[in-house]
Write a new protein. Structure first.
Length: 274
């Protein structure tokens, strides 16, 4: 998988602009074009709407174009800027399809710009409306936490399905020079003994043998997958399999995968979303 067009949605905030730096580094590694897209959402009051459009046009013509010029010089890549109008995220979705975008890079939320829509829902809407990979950068004290570039360690969450393995190709595209280590992470749920709930309300007993079989099967799966990746792509691959506690409620996959990411010192977590 090779990336050709990378989009960064902008909302007028510094954290959103910082996402352009990570996107630019990925674009340089892939020889891709970087698209900086600002959206004017509009307002019901026509006077407020007109003033907002004027302000965003000014922001685009000055700040966004200056940012594009800086990125061109620093990274030596082609940068395109665009100003679109409409309720978020519809203009972004249209831009993705109209410009063959291969990757979207954005911060997870912001405190300025699209204050109402940007706080997580834009990313959520994009993830549901487009099929291209979405790279989310976490915010810490209103500053985008940028991963080390080039990426050193990428954790890929796998569950034994072909759908989950799709994340491997995207992770590889973020590091076309194959300088990073892929860490394949698998969470195995503990198996409970089938007991009569009516006779034993609230009782959960571990099925040790079944659980051990599942762990062994998961270990074989990630080891075989790692061997194929090393042979096919010549990349460094590590594996880790962890057992979820039987009494862990709700689903332990998210918190446990975050724990794995910290333990293996991952710069990036790649996973597919259903």
């Amino acid at each position: 998988m090779r990336l050709h067009n990378i989009m960064v949605p902008l909302d007028g905030s510094a954290p959103a602009e910082r996402a352009a730096l990570t996107a630019a580094a990925i674009a340089r590694a892939n020889g891709a074009v970087l698209h900086l897209v600002l959206v004017h959402e509009g307002a019901v009051d026509p006077h407020v709407n007109a003033q907002g459009r004027t302000n965003e046009q000014t922001y685009h013509d000055q700040r966004v174009r200056n940012l594009a010029a800086d990125v061109r010089v620093q990274f030596g890549i082609t940068v395109v800027t665009a100003l679109r109008a409409g309720p978020v995220p519809r203009p972004l979705v249209s831009y993705v399809f109209g410009n063959a975008i291969d990757l979207i890079v954005m911060t997870s939320h912001g405190h300025t710009g699209w204050r109402r829509a940007w706080a997580g829902s834009v990313a959520d809407e994009l993830a549901h409306r487009v099929s291209v990979p979405l790279l989310m950068l976490r915010l810490d004290d209103d500053r985008a936490v940028l991963p080390t570039m080039p990426l050193r360690r990428i954790l890929v969450a796998v569950d034994g399905s072909n759908e989950a393995e799709v994340a491997i190709d995207t992770a590889r595209a973020l590091d076309p020079a194959a300088t990073s280590t892929l860490v394949l992470g698998r969470i195995v749920p503990s198996v409970a003994v089938d007991v009569d709930i009516a006779q034993n309300p609230g009782v959960l007993l571990p099925d040790v043998d079944a659980t051990q079989r599942d762990v062994a099967a998961a270990t074989r799966y990630v080891d075989d997958l790692a061997t194929r990746l090393r042979s096919r792509d010549g990349v460094a691959v590590e594996t880790t399999v962890e057992l979820a506690p039987l009494l862990f409620r709700p689903s332990p996959v998210g918190p446990m995968m975050a724990g794995i990411a910290r333990r293996v010192r991952a710069d990036l977590v790649a996973l597919t979303s259903h």
